[in-house]
Design a binder for this molecule. Sequence first.
Ligand SMILES: [Zn+2]
Length: 146
Amino acid sequence: MRKEHLNDIEIQQYVFQKEDCDSGLISHMHSCETCRSQAEHYTFLFKEFSQQEKPVFDFDLAGIVMEQLPQSEVAREKTASRFLVFSVIFSVSALLYFGGNQLLNLFTTIKPLSIGLIIISVLGLFGFLSADMCRQYRARVKALNF
Ligand SMILES: [Zn+2]
C-alpha cells in the first residue's frame, strides 16, 4: 500500500477507469479517507457536468455567416463547382465509352517513360490545384476577418 496520497490524475483514473488501476492504488483508496473523499467529489462533479444541458446558440450561426458573404461570389462558386463536377463526369464517361477497349491494353503496351511522364503531370496538376485551393481558403478566411 502507498503511504502518500494519490495525485489528481490517479484519483481520476480510479473514478473513471477503476479496472485499469493497479492494486496499490486501489488498496490506498480503500484505506484513505482523504483520497476517497476526493474521489467522491470528482464523481459528483462529473455527474453534475454530464447532467448539464449542452450549450446551443439561440440563433442560426450558419445563416448569419452566409448572409455576410458576398452572394454573387457564393453563387458563382457553386456554379463553377457544379460545372467542374459535370465536366469531370462527362469526360470520364466519354473516355470509358469511346476508349474502354484501348484502356484495358494501356498499361500493358505503354512504355515506362510515358508512365513516368503521366505520373509527373498528374502530380504537378494535383499540386497546382492544391495550392489554388489553399489560396482560395485563405482569401475566404481573410474576407471573414478572422
Ligand atoms: Zn490518500
